[in-house]
Structure formats: C-alpha cells, structure tokens
Design a protein around this ligand. Sequence first.
Ligand code: C2E
Ligand code: MG
Ligand code: MG
Length: 555
Amino acid sequence: MLLQANGELVSDPDHLTFIFSNIQEAVIMEDEYRAVKWANTSFTDLFAPGVPPEALVGADCDQAAVAAAPMFANSEEWLARTRQIVAEKRRVLHEEWQCADGRWLDRDYFPRIVDGVVLEHMWVYRDTTESHRSSAGIEPHVMLTDTVPHRGWESAAQQLIEDSGNFNLASPTSVVLIKLLILERLNNEFGPAMGDSLIDEVLARMRVAVEGARVVRVRGATIAIVAHGKSPAEIFARVHESLDPGLQVKGEPISLRYALGGAHGLASAADDVRVLLEDAFFAVSESAATFTDVICDEELRSRIRTRVDVESRLRTALISDEFELHYQPVMRLESREVIGSESLIRWRHPERGLLAAGEFIPVIEELGLIALVDLWVIDQVCRDLDALVERGFAPVSINISPQTLASHEKVAEALLEKLASTSHSQEQIVIEITETAVATDVTRSIEGMRTLGHAGFPIAIDDFGVGTSSFALLKDLPFDFLKLDKSFVIDLEQERVQRLIEAICAMAAVLGGIVVAEGIEKEWQLDTLRHCGVEMGQGWFIGKPMPVVEIPLSG
Ligand code: C2E
Ligand code: MG
Ligand code: MG
C-alpha cells in the first residue's frame, strides 16, 4: 500500500509488477483504454515467446487478442467471449479454454472499477493441461483449489434440473457425489479408456444400488446421484455396499478409493437443485481431504465459502490495496528497549473489516497462492524499511511460508533485488520459518535456510515448541533466532515449563542462537521469562502490531 502526501491510498503498478513478475501464472494488465500497461514474462512465454514483456507496453489489447485468437481451438468463440467479458465489467474466474495444440488454459479476469469506470483490466492465465489430462478419466489427487464448481458443473446442473421434472419436487431431495480417487496409475498402466470403463461400471452399479435415483457423470471422475425419499447417509450405505467389495474392469480387479459427499433439502426450483449440487460438491471436496463421508452442513458451507471468497478476492485485494502490513515491536527484555519488529499482514476486507493473518493466511496457503502474498510482503517491508530503521523497528522479521521457501533461490533473489533499492543491508531483514514447516520437510527446509542465510539474511525458527521437531534436529538447523511459541507463555506459571525454557535458552546459546518469547501479555510474564534466560520478547504487553505511520518516532 502506498500513502500519498495527501493521505490518499494509491495503487502502484511497480508494486504489482514485482509480485507478478515472480509468479508462474501469466498476467497482463491493461489500462482504461485497453492498452497494455504491463505483462510478466510468464505471459510473453505463453502468448509471444521471445518477446520481452516491456515490448508489449502500449499495444492495443483488442488487436492483440485478434492476433492471439488462432492459438485457441475455438478462436472465434474465445475472441467474442473476451470482448463480452470486457463489456460486462464483471470478475470472471476459472474459465477454461482449450488451445489448438491441445493444451488447456484457465483464465481469470479482474476489473478495477472506480465510479463505474474500469481503470484497469487484469487477466490471469494458467496452464491446466495436466489436471485436464488426469480428469479426463481419473483424477490423480485432490486439488485443493478445486473448490469452485467448474463450467462442466453448469451443464451437469442443467441436466439434473431438466430431469427434475420427473421428481416429486415437494419432497426432500438428496444429492450425493462420488469422486473416484483412483490414481493416475490406472490411466498410466492401462490407458485412458480404462478410466472411462471404470466410470461406466460405477454408473451402472449405482443405478441398481440406489433404486429410482437419477445417476449422471458430472465432470471427470465425479458421479452425481439424485434421489427422493432417501437420506444422504442411506445412499452412502448403498454406495459402500456396492463398491467396497471392489470390482473388475476389463478383467482387471480394481480396488476403489473414492470420496463421498452429500446434501439434503427441498429442491422445488431449478436454483435449489443448483444449490444442492454445490453443497454436495463442497461435501465431496471435504471428503477427499479428510477421508471420511461428509454431509454438507452450515459450518462446512461457511468454511468453504470463506475459502472460495478468499480465492476469488485475493488478486483484487492485491490490486485494490486491501492488504496492510503491521509491525509488532520486539524488545530486549533486560533493558526493555525496542530493538526490532515482526511484520504481520492484515487484510482490510471490504465487508468483514480488518482481518488478522491467522484468519486468512491458512486459507491462502491451502489454495497454493501464498507466494503472491509473501512477495507482496517482501516488497512492502523494503518500502517501509527507512521508516522502520529510523524508528528503531529494524531488524524486521518477515514470515515466509513453506510453499514460498520451496523456491528459496527466487525468494533470495527477490529480497536482494528489493533491498538494493534501499540503503540498507541484509541484516535488517530476518526470515522466519515455522518449526512445523521445517519438520515437514527437513532436507528442503535446511536447503532453503542455507540459501537465505548465505545471502546474508538472519534466520528465525518461529513457533518453536509446537512442532514435532526434536532438539536433535536443532543442531542441524542454521538459525540465528529461536522464537518460543505462545503456548510456553500461557503455561508459564508451571515450574516445569520454566525449567524447560531455561534448558531451551541454554541449548540455543550453545548453538549460537538468541531466544525470543512470543505472546507476552503481562509484565510478570516478561520478568519470569527474563529470569529464565530469554533475551528478547514480543507481545501485547510490549506493543500490538501497528501500521508504520503509527509507530512513534522515538521507537
Ligand atoms: P506468528 O508469526 O507466530 O505471529 C504471531 C501471532 O501472534 C500474530 O498473529 C500476532 O498478532 C499474535 N500476537 C502477538 N502478540 C500476541 C499476544 O500477546 N497474545 C496473543 N494471543 N497473540 C499475540 P497473526 O497476525 O494473526 O498471525 C498469525 C500467523 O500468520 C503468524 O504467526 C504467521 O505464522 C502468519 N503470518 C502473519 N503474517 C504473515 C505474512 O506476512 N506472511 C506469511 N506467510 N505468514 C504470515
Ligand atoms: Mg512469526
Ligand atoms: Mg510465532
């Protein structure tokens, strides 16, 4: 977020260029008159290989679309739809197009509208060929981002709605979805026809097992069962009876793995069928992730809607400057002076107000979109660095998610690039990685920590004590700070917890690291931690996270 002298917030293309030039998705931004403002290299790689993105700036996007259309299998339809989207000024998500060469591209469109005028048009394309290949027959794994019903669902819903004339609409309807989770292996070993035969076999069995039900294949490896007079649980039982003994396809014994999700309610209008289908879709996604049969209820609906909401709003949030970075002071406990801070992201959600990181970061991580946010944070911290140093709030920590850390070289590059635009050095930025992330993939985490450490950035292990990592692991980790999880402070009254903290401090000292306690809410906690040998701390007693403009100059 940028603040002008007059206090107004402005959107800054440089900011976005930095973020989007470092991601794999192809992004292009057009101005009000549909001239290219900027594009990233992933975009030129896709649409104009060999052309540098700068060369596109100023080009007329409608003409460029005419030139690009032949690359799509339905070029005229693609072009007409593109123009329609621009005319409608509405956000579009997950529209899939097949290329003439067989690849699949999924696109999103985000308009930035001010007073009814579209000031910026942003298009995001990603290659989904792989997921198409797998969903043509059998989906190899559950895609967590697969929470929004796709275009294929529309036609399935339509089919069910047309069929619903056969049902007694006044009686409650159950919609159950079966998603076959059997493996790419099947297609790889026996060819894609095997997948189709399997689906046909399951369809046939379901028609017998759930008498009087309408059974249709929806998208890829998902089958819908719509029935009256039976609860989803009853249908689940029939499905298990029919499929669990396993089945033979083309003479091959197949042991099935499948997810089962259902919804139940009155379906007296076409829209109700759509809602039930969407609810069942939510349930089956949840089932695939949790390995249990799931019936959609209000809690699941709202949880998944949040996920969908975050996904659909995330990029507009970036363009519309809805993210803010707050800084929480870190204190040296002995002298009680502020010696740095931790950056914590906040989302000023247009409807839900200011959200703390804990409320949306896990969703963004689950959606696989955290790299966008982490890059935004890197950029923003570097923009704020002068002010932070001046106020005694540096070194400043940045939380890096494990997914982002997987591209550690890119992260180091992005950090160094941004830092070069400041007059400060690497010691001013500490990289925080949670202990849980480290424990999940020790080798890769150590590699990432080393890359960033060698680039000159101090490393902190965050939330230490909640993960499963052992003390033995610590000796192999290249860390400068060990951040004790809040739970230690919560249990600080216990004598044994104090002894444990002393032991951690002694061990960190041997390994050359400094211990920082998190979640200090009371003065006695600060004093006790200091007596246990903890050198630094942060928490509401010391200071809440605050925007840079609110940090007092005295620090
Ligand atoms: P964390 O890095 O361990 O951050 C500390 C969390 O404790 C923050 O929650 C902070 O607001 C909260 N906190 C600070 N002092 C106190 C206190 O005295 N008492 C209590 N009860 N809580 C306190 P927040 O901001 O919701 O962040 C949650 C987690 O989200 C962070 O845990 C961090 O892992 C992640 N996160 C935050 N900002 C970012 C970010 O910019 N990027 C990434 N990738 N993750 C972030
Ligand atoms: Mg942290
Ligand atoms: Mg922490």
